[in-house]
Design a protein. Structure first.
Length: 223
């Protein structure tokens, strides 16, 4: 199976976690796009979605799924999203699609986080994938130096040759060279640095379930 087919498989499998009549928390990325496409098939059975990005909002609305603002909803039963890396405890690196801040917000609002990923995302230790960190632009120099002190190299993410601007009007640093053996400690530490909006380590908002696509089918991991 191709990676794209594995993404389709887990996107469809995630429908099992959608409660009829509910509002669904929806992440961002190519795997989630497969989920959104599958969700369209049951759009008349759900009340709608809370989205984590303008890109997912546009896709949901184009398929006729009502999108609620996060502030209109107290709690969501489930949040479905992909990951750039997930370890065997359900800790993740996210933000490859630059949507990490809204993803963490919607995840925090949800009772259950269901991660959908192909098997290439499963790792022993987080950190081979560059850790995305959303930052206030004026703080990028100092935060880059703070990562250097930890052994990391932070690079400003560019789009079309200029700094990428997130849905929240901020920039992204991608940090390589880190081996994250204590995801909770790392997330706490970086969260304290002035100018950090969101660090792309999801330890406090880890997955409860991972639907992992492999050639043999979908493997369900519970954490
Ligand atoms: C976006 C994310 C995505 O979930 C992550 O990048 C995985 O994306 P894909 O499903 O395209 O591999 O965190 O900010």
């Amino acid at each position: 199976m191709t990676q794209d087919e594995l993404k389709t498989l887990v996107g469809q499998a995630a429908l099992l976690y959608v409660e009829p009549g509910s509002i669904v928390g929806v992440g961002t990325g190519s795997t989630v796009n497969k989920f959104i496409d599958a969700l369209a098939g049951m759009k008349d059975q759900i009340a709608g979605a809370v989205s984590s990005s303008t890109a997912s909002t546009a896709r949901l609305q184009a398929l006729g799924i009502k999108v609620f603002d996060a502030t209109e909803v107290d709690e969501l039963a489930v949040y479905i999203d992909g990951a750039d890396e997930i370890d065997h405890a359900g800790y993740m690196i996210k933000g490859g699609g630059a949507a990490l801040t809204r993803e963490k917000i919607v995840a925090a609002q949800s009772r259950k986080f269901v991660c959908i990923a192909d098997e290439s995302k499963l790792v022993k230790t987080l950190g081979a994938f560059p850790v995305p960190v959303e930052v206030i632009p004026m703080a990028t120099g100092r935060i880059t130096r703070q990562f250097a002190a930890l052994g990391g190299v932070a690079a400003l993410r560019l789009k079309d040759g200029v700094p990428l601007v997130t849905d929240n009007g901020q920039h992204i640093l991608d940090v390589t060279g880190l081996k994250i053996i204590d995801p909770l400690g790392f997330e706490s530490q970086v969260n304290q640095w002035p100018g950090v909006v969101t660090v792309g380590v999801f330890a406090f908002q880890k997955a409860d379930v991972c639907l992992l696509g492999a050639p043999g089918g979908v493997k369900t991991m519970l954490f």
